[in-house]
Design a protein around this ligand. Structure first.
Ligand code: AMP
Ligand code: MG
Length: 405
């Protein structure tokens, strides 16, 4: 049980996860655009129509021919019809004529300029105005936003509401997206008991299941949780193998350290494959990554904050890679609001609270309770604060990367 990388540096672990995930990239499927939010696009999207689809008015007002505008002397034009959004009435504007028009309505033939309602006087079926609109004023030209055939979205992009809106504006009712990974979640440990039951001697409530289910759902997934497993390899193995035969990803938590009852590394080595075990990160050092049956296997440490930090970093990288997400996640940085002495070499993820100063500047206050069982500190915080490899004294104002959760 030793022909795999152990005690890898965090950046190396991340690189391994990304490499393995890319090799295990999931297929794609067509889904209704109205159900595609949060999915990853599997291929580029080209515009089948221009945007706007036709020349139209940007304002409520009157469509006219700029050649008829007389300048400071005052212009008078006869209203020959009305053009509303959603209708095309085949109006044509001749010399000395104009048409009432609403925002988004197609421009009548012959018209090339719009003057807004507020700038005209209307009387006896005519309008008059003293101002001089620019030629082409308040017209949105066909194709000025998107030309036909133009690529507007790329493979690997996250489908945000704005991107789904763009696809909808182009008339696309379906999109080709990456399949969502199916994820099986196991908690392990003889000491675990479910909330709602009386607590026996030596027992603790299972808190990591809700943590992991919540973190996975926040990634847009619908994970499946198993009843907690005992620390008994004979009972763990068949259940993990069953799940690993049916799911894309198996996430476990607990049982990956070097304790007497930590059976998962040996089990994975014997029945599957280990890509790495132990990462030089804090918390989360014992994290285990490999493969079992058809699934990618992520064995998170049992301490709640370790599970949080390893999932939010390595776990998210795995899920992104499986779906071919190439667009980097938005990164956030904040200035430290308190000094921090980092006395060890490992890559550290502290818990912290974001603060917005009067000047709008973002800062982050590290939580002093930095032990990996301090769930309260994690709940009081809103970000993980990344301090890269190396011992160092951080000063107030030093900028660090933060990961929300
Ligand atoms: P382990 O990784 O199994 O050595 O567990 C490390 C610590 O995390 C121990 O104190 C466990 O009791 C605790 N722990 C493990 N799994 C859970 C869980 N699902 N919920 C809460 N605490 C846990
Ligand atoms: Mg345990």
């Amino acid at each position: 049980m030793s022909d795999f990388p152990g005690r890898v540096a965090y950046p190396e672990a991340l690189a391994i996860v990304r490499r393995v995930a890319a090799a295990r990239r999931l297929g794609s499927e067509r889904v209704a655009t109205r159900r595609a939010d949060g999915r990853i696009l599997a291929g580029p999207v080209q515009a089948p129509i221009p945007l706007p689809p036709f020349d139209n008015s940007r304002m409520d007002g009157f469509a006219l021919r700029h050649a008829d505008v007389l300048g400071e002397g005052g212009t008078r034009l006869r209203i020959v019809g009305e053009q509303f959004a959603g209708y095309s009435v085949g109006l044509r504007i001749g010399p000395g004529e104009c048409a009432r028009i609403t925002t988004g309505a197609p421009l009548p033939a012959g018209a090339d300029t719009v003057i807004i309602r507020e700038d005209v006087r209307e009387q006896d079926g005519s309008i008059s105005f003293d101002s001089v609109p620019m030629p082409g004023a308040d017209i949105r030209a066909a194709g000025e936003d998107v030309a036909v055939g133009e690529q507007v979205l790329a493979a690997g992009q996250l489908l945000t509401p704005a991107r789904l809106s763009l696809a909808s504006a182009l008339g696309l009712a379906e999109l080709q997206v990456a399949q969502r990974p199916t994820v099986a979640v196991f908690t392990t440990g003889d000491e675990l008991i479910e909330p709602g039951l009386p607590l026996g001697p030596g027992q603790i409530y299972n808190s990591n299941r809700e943590l992991l289910m919540g973190l996975l759902r926040a990634q847009g997934l619908e994970p499946t949780a198993w009843p907690s497993l005992p620390d008994d390899p004979a009972r763990i193995a068949p259940q993990l193998r069953d799940a690993a035969s049916a799911f894309d990803v198996v996430v476990t938590c607990g049982g990956v350290s070097a304790g007497q009852k930590d059976y998962l590394p040996a089990l994975l080595a014997a029945q599957g494959q280990i890509h790495f075990w132990k990462v030089r990160m804090k918390p989360g050092m014992p994290v285990l990554f490999g493969a079992l049956e058809r699934a990618a296997f992520l064995g998170l440490p049992g301490n709640p904050v370790s599970a949080l930090a390893t999932f939010q970093t390595l776990g998210c990288a795995l899920l992104d890679g499986l779906q071919g997400r190439t667009e980097p996640r938005a990164r956030r940085f904040a200035a430290l609001a308190a000094p921090w002495r980092k006395s060890h070499e490992r890559y550290e993820f502290l818990r912290g609270r974001l603060q917005y100063g009067q000047d709008g500047r973002l800062s982050v206050l590290p939580h002093p309770a930095d032990a990996s069982h301090r769930l309260r500190a994690a709940a009081d915080s809103d970000v993980l604060l990344a301090l890269p490899d190396g011992a160092r004294d951080y000063a107030v104002g030093d900028v660090v990367e933060v990961f929300g959760y």
